[in-house]
Write a protein that binds this ligand. Structure first.
Ligand code: ZN
Length: 394
């Protein structure tokens, strides 16, 4: 299939102005000011031309932290959150997702998570996973972190490993350093990221282990991506310090009003604050924590409420940055496209350029709303109509 997108305002994330974008199969073929497909070269039924005069084109979003199988369970079995469906991603402009387990690594298994990732691939998006759960030692598939990363295609790293959280396994620094070293070697030997996705809780130790990691080990900053760094004001301040020193930080976009009242910094605001504090825009990523539980604990530690994270919150944060906070689109795109692609070493993702995967989203110029989504050259949603649904979605 050949698709020609005519006269689109293109952000790669870099702003390239009005361009034509030619897609051949699942790849971007060419970007130029005026592309014509020669008559007679191809069967007409194989070519679709999309007039994009009213649209902005941006790369498909990358969501680096989603509980594909559901998560949670902090209030007992009935509070285990539901599995993600394909449309949860497509309606949010997400074409690449990284799944993780979470608090519960017993009733949810890595085998199921990997199967879910393969299922999503069959349904049309690009899906990867972190091996393990909150706990150390890590519950792997093969019995070894290195083997999981090197031998299992969708595994791109480990996590989410919980630190500074009452739900963590209270890992020692040495345990964390050992697991991260294994992830690094597994990544190096397989050409993958071997990324260590760290769940930061509300605990008083905050990011201490991550600062120590830089002082005491040879592991580079790019090996770690601590998430939920915006969950409270003190942690956010520490995250800014960490990022200014060279670290990478991830802000969670799923939230509920009560969390914001309690001091969580909304992801869009957190990004702007980071820029104002002198953090490099290339050191911040966003992820949705989609299908994760959003548990509320009272002062005695008892669960008092529960909600479910939404993958669509990722685009919501981008939209807030562009429409409400006046952030330039090319900068606002970085935490949801180019930055996660680079950290996750997904070489054909996160940018619209020749030979990269044809993952694109068309948004309206005036309201910055999603109209069309293409994943690896296939139309998943067009003109606001969902074309591809998950296998069991009505
Ligand atoms: Zn988490």
């Amino acid at each position: 299939m050949i698709m020609l997108f005519k006269n689109v305002e293109l952000y790669t994330p870099e702003y390239l102005g009005h361009m034509d974008v030619l897609v051949i199969g699942d790849k971007i073929g060419k970007i130029s000011e005026n592309i014509e497909v020669e008559q007679g070269m191809f069967d007409k039924s194989l070519i679709s031309v999309v007039d994009c005069t009213d649209y902005i084109m941006i790369p498909g979003l990358i969501d680096g932290h989603v509980h594909l199988l559901g998560g949670g369970g902090e209030g007992g079995y009935k509070t285990r959150t539901p599995e993600l469906m394909l449309s949860d991603l497509i309606l949010g402009g997400i074409t690449t997702v990284v799944g993780c387990l979470g608090t519960d690594g017993i009733s949810r298994t890595m085998q199921s998570l990997i199967a879910k990732a393969y299922g999503l691939r069959e349904e049309g998006v690009s899906a990867y996973v972190y091996t393990g759960s909150y706990r150390l030692p890590l519950a792997t598939v093969t019995g070894s972190i290195q083997q999981d990363i090197r031998m299992i295609d969708p595994v791109v790293g480990i996590g989410e490993i919980a630190i500074s959280d009452h739900r963590s396994a209270a890992p020692t620094f040495e345990e964390l350093a050992k697991a991260a070293s294994d992830a690094r070697v597994g990544g190096i030997l397989s050409g993958k990221a071997g990324l260590v996705n760290i769940h930061l809780g509300d605990g008083k130790d905050m990011m201490r282990y991550l600062f120590e990691m830089q002082e005491k080990t040879e592991l580079p900053y790019a090996q770690f991506l601590p998430t939920h760094a915006n969950r409270n004001g003190s942690l956010f301040k520490e995250a800014i310090k960490y990022a200014k020193g060279g670290g990478y930080i991830d802000f969670t976009t799923s939230t509920v009003p009560l969390f914001i009242e309690d001091g969580e910094v909304p992801a869009a605001k957190a990004f702007i604050d980071c820029l104002n504090e002198g953090v490099s825009p290339y050191h911040v990523t966003f992820s949705s924590d989609g299908q994760g539980s959003l548990p509320i604990f009272d002062s005695s530690g008892a669960l008092s409420g529960l909600d479910v994270g939404k993958s669509s919150s990722l685009f919501g944060a981008l939209q807030t940055l562009v429409m409400d906070m006046g952030c330039e689109i090319e900068k606002a795109l970085l935490p949801v496209t180019k930055n996660p692609a680079k950290l996750l070493k997904l070489l054909n993702k996160g940018e619209i350029k020749a030979n990269s995967d044809a993952d694109m989203v068309l948004v309206t110029k005036d309201t910055f709303e999603i109209r069309s989504v293409y994943a690896r050259g296939v139309a998943m949603m067009e003109n606001g109509i969902l074309l591809k649904k998950g296998t069991f979605e009505k």
